[in-house]
Design a protein around this ligand. Structure first.
Ligand code: 13P
Ligand code: 13P
Ligand code: MG
Ligand code: MG
Length: 364
């Protein structure tokens, strides 16, 4: 029997600004889901990263299951009610529709799902990020699956060296999914040519060429493309299967050593380095820096182990120091040049008004 892993996340309110949801909010989401344990769902895990709540479900109903999406939506509504009751900031922030209709995709929450045939041992990692957008995973996925500097399996393992298929989505094309499939190693440079543009091209899935098995499912929601205005950052989630015919867990984690600069940070309008953070991390400096956390699991007959915090190790303390330095350095130049996102990406309407007002004052 096949198992489906679905992760659905939303920001439905947080304490002290865009920092962290309250324990009561997270509990209310859990309570709502718990009722379906052993019925609609086989297992679940609820976590927070910055101000976002992610729900990982294991079930047997395949991708895009309406009842499952409705359960997630209802749980986020419960969370929103708790947020209102406690006077939390941004109650219901990511729930952009008034009512649920069929699938949470396009309604605000981020979704990543994959239906798998469980291997004898099925290790995988759930990545959750805050204060950034889906393109934040582009570079780590490219390096983890296509570069032997990070994925030594490309040199050492005959199955992994056959390469991977990358499914890449053009997120600016909002009318329908516009996708391209490219293969490593022969199309690695074409993949790089697309993935350099994190705001437009986003990896949505990766498959092993040796077995055809899916390794990665990532969320691709760009909230400002849905809402047409600033409504918070997308804060993407991702599932990555590891070991065997896929890269080792440590190879998948390796690229997060870079702390590469991504879009997000204060008001969703600045560039900041992506910090690998511990599970349940908070947000702080300049509403950031952008963070990613990684919960490692094994799953068997749909039952999840407890999570292992993949970034809770002394090595990552050293990386967090480096990333803090990178955050400090780019913040020193404030609003100037690459420190703030390109005009087309600016999340606040205010600057658009300012530019219009100034336009009429120009003379030549
Ligand atoms: P073990 O020998 O500990 O299973 O590790 C194998 C491996 O590939 C680690 O990257
Ligand atoms: P979130 O998208 O995480 O809610 O953050 C929004 C923001 O504006 C932070 O400054
Ligand atoms: Mg928020
Ligand atoms: Mg957030």
């Amino acid at each position: 029997m096949k198992t489906t892993l679905s992760v659905i996340k939303a920001d439905v309110g947080s304490i002290a600004g865009h920092i962290k949801p309250s324990e009561a909010l997270v509990e209310s989401v859990k309570d709502c889901i718990e009722r379906e344990l052993g019925k609609l769902i086989t297992d679940y895990y609820v976590s927070s990263t910055g101000d976002d709540v992610a729900i990982l479900f294991s079930h047997t109903h395949g991708e895009g299951c309406e009842e499952l999406h409705k359960l997630a939506w209802d749980a986020f509504i419960c969370g929103t009610e708790k947020a209102k009751e406690q006077g939390l900031y941004g109650a219901g922030q990511d729930l952009l529709a008034d009512a649920f209709s069929g699938n949470v995709k396009g309604l605000g929450p981020a979704v990543a799902e994959m239906e798998i045939e469980e291997r004898k041992a099925e290790p995988f990692v759930l990545f959750t990020a805050d204060k950034t957008d889906p393109g934040a995973y582009n570079l780590p996925l490219y390096l983890g699956f296509a570069d032997p500097m990070h994925c030594s399996g490309l040199v050492l393992s005959p199955k992994i060296s056959q390469g991977f298929k990358f499914v890449i989505l053009d997120v600016e094309h909002t009318e329908a999914d516009r996708i391209i499939e490219l293969h490593t190693p022969e199309e690695a440079y074409d993949i790089a040519a697309l993935l350099r543009d994190n705001e437009r091209f986003v990896v949505s899935a990766v498959y092993s060429r040796a077995t055809g098995q899916q390794a990665v499912a990532a969320s691709t929601t760009r909230l400002h493309n849905i809402a047409g205005a600033y409504v918070g950052k997308d804060d993407p989630v991702m599932l990555v299967r590891c070991q065997g015919d896929f890269p080792a867990t440590g190879e998948i984690l390796s690229p997060y050593s870079i702390g590469h600069y991504v879009a997000g940070f204060m008001r969703g309008s600045h560039t900041g380095p992506l910090m690998p953070a511990k599970l349940g991390c908070t947000i702080s400096f300049f509403d950031g820096p952008p963070v990613v956390s990684a919960a490692g699991f094994c799953i068997h007959n749909g039952k999840l182990t407890e999570p292992v915090d993949c970034f809770d190790h002394p090595y990552w303390d050293h990386i967090r120091e480096k990333v803090s330095r990178k955050a400090f350095e780019i913040r020193e130049q404030g609003f100037s040049g690459p420190a703030m996102l390109h005009y087309s990406e600016l999340e606040y309407g205010g600057i658009v008004e300012t530019m219009k007002r100034l336009e009429s004052k120009f003379s030549c």
